[in-house]
Design a protein around this ligand. Sequence first.
Ligand code: AMP
Length: 574
Amino acid sequence: MGAAIGIDLGTTNTVVAHCANGETRVLLDETGANLLPSVVSHLPDGRVAVGRDARKRRVIDAENTFFSIKRLIGRQWGTPEVERARAGFPFKMKEGPKKQAMVVSRAGEFTLPAISAMVIKRAKEIAEAALGQPVDKAVVTVPANFNDLQRSATRRAAKEAGLDVLRILNEPTAAALAYGLGAQGSERLAIYDFGGGTFDLTLLEVSDDVVEVIATAGDSFLGGDDVDMTIEGQIARAIIAQTRLDPRTSTEVMALIRAASEHLKIQLSDNETARVELKAIGYGEGGVPINFPYELSRTQLERLAKPFVDKTLAVCNDALRSSKLDLRDFNSVILVGGSTRMPYVQERVEAWFGRPPRIDWNPDEVVAVGAAILATMLTGKGSERPAPPPPRAPAIPRLRTPMFDTMPVAVPAPPPPPPSEPIATHRPHTNPPLPAGPAAPMAPSIFPVAPEGDGPLLIDVTPLTLGVEVLGGQVDPIIARNTSVPCTRTRRFATSTENQRELLLRVCQGEDPRAANNTSLGELIVTELPPARRGDLWIEVSFQLDADGILNVSAKDETSGREVKAQMRVGGVS
Ligand code: AMP
């Protein structure tokens, strides 16, 4: 039997951890790196680069290098989220046969779970090399506000990578497992998780044996990437103003600017000012390369980051309101995710919560650690209570910034000087070789995590309301937001025409009263209804939400008591 690991499949980086014999550790790759960039690049020779090698190619082969896939996994083509992300991606996307978003490279067309599977497969390899044994099971984490489609797609990615998925676990719950295990008495924690592409705040109660989610709220389109994009826009405008070059016409130069933007942001977590030199963004008269220096101060960065940090605090407000608790009811606020390394974020969090945040564990690793702890419990190897690794506070390892390290890439030979062209041109697109290397009718149920009762109870909630579309395009909520999972809710629906043979229910997820403004999960078709007068036939529809947040729907014809066939046609999952 192979080992079980915890995988934090991040928008930006993936982290893998393992827990055995009471010891939990983050597994490092052969170079000693703890972070595996969630980047996949299809090389001209047919090989696939994953991780750091792939990330280097974001600058030099942007059209064939996929990143931030987690932002779109499980989303349907044409949704505002997909449209927005597409606008910022240098690679091509297209609509798949199941209306899902797909990516296109020189190697062909790929579903998003297929790309994520490549990252997970690499994480599995890292784990196998570090542990010296095969790995075949994993707990994989997802943002708390991931919907059903996103969770299913993530599960599918892990399966495609050859892993038996023990549990799809919410990231904040994983962090709470790492922080909360061994807690003396009961503590209320707020987990502020600000990563590359997503933000969520989760309020939990943790005691020695129970991790209970009280409320969660989030935004799956809010993260450090937004800050990078804002800096990127500012640099692009400066280039246009000063050089008459329009960098927006070159995906390659834009990728370089994006890398420089993130580098500046990261540098400004430790310095008051930071500077980059963008090399050969174009060629001037006589083929002379044009370099562009750019400097940013921490104060300027804070101004650019403010709208995004404001948004995170609005989400905090929303979560707190729905918990019906007061800030004073919480013992600690815990920082998770790379973007919490920004001093400005820490200051704003401290001011909002009225206390300094805790960063006992490396914010990049804590989620994987929690996932590994749960993996051990679920495989029954937690007889000895697994402990998180020893705290490393206050020293937090610096994130490597290899993307920017690659910026002084060998500049391709300049194109022959234009005969008499005074305006600069962009450097050509080249592919250099890869460098080495409603009121709830039923009481919510709870579930034990560890099979033999040797782990804590995990009481999680569903982050978004699940409902069906009714007449007039309104939503009839069936499972309310922040209901503990797993749970089952039922609702009765009547036929609306004479001798109606089918009942169609559109299932959606979200808080908007209008169905069209929420995420459509699919359609439930109840077929083979017996002939009956309009309104005489009642169908009892049951929504069952499992511990992974995955929805199963069943339906029963009440008149005859007969189970009728119900089919969930879930779009967007592939
Ligand atoms: P995660 O999704 O948790 O891996 O976080 C990735 C995000 O954290 C990216 O937007 C990074 O640019 C950002 N990040 C990582 N390290 C730092 C740092 N030292 N200062 C500011 N942002 C950082």
